[in-house]
Design a protein around this ligand. Structure first.
Ligand SMILES: [Fe+2]
Length: 418
């Protein structure tokens, strides 16, 4: 019996209802299956375009070429001009490369910048848009749609562990004025992922620390927030447990491929979780600030974590406490405040291990500045899903607190637990 009122797969309102739609990601090959899996999925392709970070492309190209040879397809175009914090112009150049060579599949290799550029280029070309900016038009049907079986292959090979961009639905790209634009679509999420730890072995310590800390806060934010999406919560908890173990290992023994593989998996799982559940106010308040300070995403997250998490814990300790117990950080007999403190302290220990800042460099904000930032932060679903509800005045107050802390003398460094 047909039901004329039933929403179709791909209906924007349905996909936006995170709590009631389980948006599974595509398939993922890891460990010894990583490159054989790449060869298998590439059998769908004839002419492959690659969008890559220029630093890792020389390292990754032999393995990808072998996989393409086994699959019987050809690498027809390579765009390796992606830089950190990519712009719309880089997306346009990448999209032009895909179009010029009439490619029917896309491979993204690199960190969040390369994968985000590829996501938006994929949507532009295969979504039939003239320009990437057109994807942001309200009600863009392609962006709101669900993945279709005959969508062109999109394979991502993350090399930073990480932003989780390979498994999340979001991409951040700057416009001509330097503002960060959020492109969100389940359809431009890579349909296949290869986790190849050997490509992350040479990652510098600072990038390892920053990427890993971002993944930790994705996992924690998705686990504690108010979105009641049980599959996303389970994946966030698994990711957080793995990341808390893997992060110290990749920092202590960066040449250990097993540690790198563990961090890649934690980051991947966190990306899936945030695609299902979003994050919390630490991320929600971070994005507006990133346009004001010259710091990497993870550094801003680290610097604003304390005031936001402490403010949240004062009224919503139970959310943090549940997460702490679920991850084995707190015992069942500890009260909520104590258990919440264990989770926050674990994150602070990771921050100290990674050498990340606990405050911003001196930042001057007026109350009007703070209110303007609050208006931007409220646009993020992650802000609205914070375990403690935050209104405009609360958020402006947090920004002013963050600015006040940035002017104060450095605090005592919290030493990692032995
Ligand atoms: Fe992030």
């Amino acid at each position: 019996m047909s039901n004329a009122s039933a929403p179709a797969i791909g209906d924007a309102a349905v996909l936006a209802d995170l709590e009631r739609v389980v948006l599974w990601p595509g398939h993922c090959g890891h460990g010894q299956a990583a490159w054989p899996f790449a060869a298998q999925v590439l059998r769908r392709a004839r002419r492959v375009a690659v969008i890559a970070d220029p630093r890792v492309w020389p390292l990754a190209s032999p393995a990808l070429q072998r996989a393409a040879d086994r699959a019987g397809c050809r690498i027809a175009a390579v765009y390796d001009g992606v830089r950190p914090n990519p712009s719309l112009d880089e997306v346009r150049a990448a999209a032009a490369a895909i179009r010029a060579d009439r490619c029917d599949a896309l491979v993204a290799i690199g960190g969040g910048s390369a994968i985000d550029t590829a996501k938006v280029a994929y949507a532009t070309v295969f979504g039939g848009q003239a320009d990437p900016a057109d994807l942001l038009a309200p009600g863009n049907a392609w962006m709101a749609g669900a993945p279709q079986a005959d969508d062109p292959l999109f394979l991502a090979v993350p090399t930073t562990a990480g932003t989780g961009s390979e498994s999340s639905t979001a991409a951040l790209v700057k416009d001509e004025r330097g503002r960060k634009l959020m492109f969100r679509s389940a359809r431009s999420r890579p349909g296949a992922v290869v986790l190849a730890p050997e490509l992350t072995l040479g990652l510098p310590r600072a990038a390892t620390a920053a990427g890993g800390f971002d993944a930790l806060l994705h996992a924690m934010g998705a686990l504690v927030n108010d979105c009641d999406a049980p599959v996303g919560a389970a994946l966030a908890a698994e990711s957080l447990v793995r990341a808390l173990h893997a992060y110290p290992r990749v920092l202590a023994t960066p040449d250990d491929a097993d540690a790198r593989a563990a961090m890649l998996m934690a980051s991947y799982l966190a990306g899936v979780a945030i695609g299902m559940k979003r994050v919390d106010a630490v991320h929600g308040l971070c994005t507006p600030l990133e346009g004001r300070v010259d710091m990497a995403h993870a550094e801003v997250l680290a610097a604003i974590f304390d005031p936001i998490a402490d403010h949240t814990a004062r009224k919503a300790a139970a959310s943090y406490a549940r997460a702490a117990r679920r991850c084995g950080l707190a015992g069942p007999d500890e009260d909520d405040a104590q258990a919440a403190g264990r989770l926050l302290d674990a994150i602070r220990r990771m921050r100290a291990l990674g050498g990340l800042p606990d405050r911003l460099p001196p930042l001057a904000l007026t109350r009007d500045d703070a209110l303007a930032l609050a208006d931007q932060a409220l646009l993020s679903p992650s802000t609205r899903l914070n375990p403690r509800a935050l209104d405009r005045d609360d958020i402006a107050g947090l920004y002013l607190d963050i600015a006040a802390r940035s002017q104060a003398a450095p605090s005592t460094v919290i030493l990692p637990a032995p």
